[in-house]
Write a protein that binds this ligand. Structure first.
Ligand SMILES: Cc1cc2nc3c(=O)[nH]c(=O)nc-3n(C[C@H](O)[C@H](O)[C@H](O)COP(=O)(O)OP(=O)(O)OC[C@H]3O[C@@H](n4cnc5c(N)ncnc54)[C@H](O)[C@@H]3O)c2cc1C
Ligand code: SF4
Length: 326
């Protein structure tokens, strides 16, 4: 591992002041960043430890929503009584991720910013446009079983690996940040992540040194919640496909639907066309198939990940059937 300077931040303001320099990184749980440093994929010259900042509270907001501190551990968030009761999809998504030990260390902010699990990204003996811009994308003609079928570009076909972020996208979360000049930003999760285009190394809209302080959820939407994760092992594996869904049925029709998808795209994926195909309809196989068609209209496989397209279709139809009794 390359040598680096280490300092512990005393306050969020101090963290943003110290965290903005070239080659400086915040470290929270360290469960992703340290792995990347050991492999020399991340080579920061300075680490600013934010893990002891007072950002680990879960509190109700005045609007009836929830504020989640950036340092709330994934396990604490999953077990929080309000999350379990009102935001069940989030609790389920968190518990579907990683392992108990990892969830105890993994933080809310770090989980949102974890890097892709593309095999080639981790293999420094080959090129990778995300790791080293302009060096190519061996995944496109290589082994791409776990990679994306939506939102890809000629430069990169990686997926975002987070389960938590998929649930947060279905829940319309807002990411709140602090910048070195003292400015705060409120960024909708829908605008937080970037498509790869020809700059796959730029994955989100945060500026250098911008600290996530907390994440806000709006008041819980009505409806039944589900988080279904299809993976190679029953636990301790990333999603091939996952679905976070909140669907309400009133008077025999789908009154509202909020669906986000993991394992399919470079960001937790949401498509308004899927929800439009459902809302106002009587639940039926034909309606669910139309929703799947809307989601997958532009899907493109790259060989070993072709199976994700029919798998997603079947998984979505099964989730909608379970949620609506359709
Ligand atoms: C074996 C293994 C299996 C896993 N399985 C899953 C899985 O199935 N599903 C899943 O979702 N995840 C999985 N994970 C990933 C795990 O959830 C993440 O590593 C973890 O959530 C990252 O959080 P952290 O606090 O450790 O982040 P860190 O490693 O500390 O940081 C990650 C990145 O976020 C930045 N950062 C951290 N906090 C902030 C902040 N407040 N503001 C700005 N930047 C910040 C850091 O600078 C760094 O770039 C797995 C990890 C491992 C090692
Ligand atoms: S898919 Fe993206 S992360 Fe994977 S090798 Fe290609 S450029 Fe790198």
């Amino acid at each position: 591992m390359k040598t680096f300077d280490y300092m512990r931040a005393e306050s969020p303001e101090a963290a943003t002041r110290d965290g903005g320099g070239e080659g400086t990184r915040f470290i929270a749980g360290g469960t992703n960043l340290l792995d990347l440093m050991k492999l020399q994929i991340e080579t920061p010259g300075k680490l600013v430890d934010i893990s002891r900042l007072n950002l680990a509270k879960v509190e109700e907001t005045e609007e009836g929503g929830l504020s989640i501190g950036a340092l709330v551990a994934n396990s604490d968030l999953a077990a929080h009584p309000i999350v379990r009761e009102r935001y069940e999809v989030l609790s389920r998504a968190l518990l579907a991720g990683a392992s108990g030990q990892l969830r105890n260390k993994a933080s809310t902010g770090g989980n949102l910013l974890q890097r892709t699990r593309c095999y080639y990204f981790y293999d420094t003996s080959v090129g990778c446009n995300k790791r080293e811009p302009g060096s190519g994308c061996p995944a496109q003609g290589g082994f791409n079983r776990i990679l994306a079928v939506l939102g890809t570009s000629d430069a990169c076909i990686a997926t975002h690996p987070s389960d938590m972020a998929v649930a947060m996208r279905a829940l319309d979360a807002t990411i709140v940040t602090l910048k070195a000049d003292g400015d705060r930003r409120r960024i909708s999760i829908h605008d937080f992540y970037c498509l790869p285009g020809d700059t796959p190394h730029i994955e989100h809209v945060l500026e250098p040194g911008e600290l996530i302080t907390h994440v806000e959820l709006p008041p819980a939407a009505k409806g039944r919640h589900i988080y279904r994760k299809v993976r190679d092992r029953a636990s301790y594996a990333f999603a091939l496909v996952s679905i976070a869904a909140i669907v309400a049925v009133e008077d025999g029709r789908i009154a509202s639907a909020s669906l986000a998808f993991g394992g399919l795209g470079p960001m937790p994926w949401r498509d308004a066309a899927v929800e439009a195909a459902l809302v106002g309809q009587e639940p039926s196989r034909a309606v669910f198939e139309a929703a799947a068609d809307a989601l997958l209209a532009d899907a493109q496989g790259f060989g070993s990940n072709d199976f994700k397209i029919p798998l997603t279709r079947r998984t979505l139809i099964a989730c909608l059937t379970e949620l609506t009794g359709g």
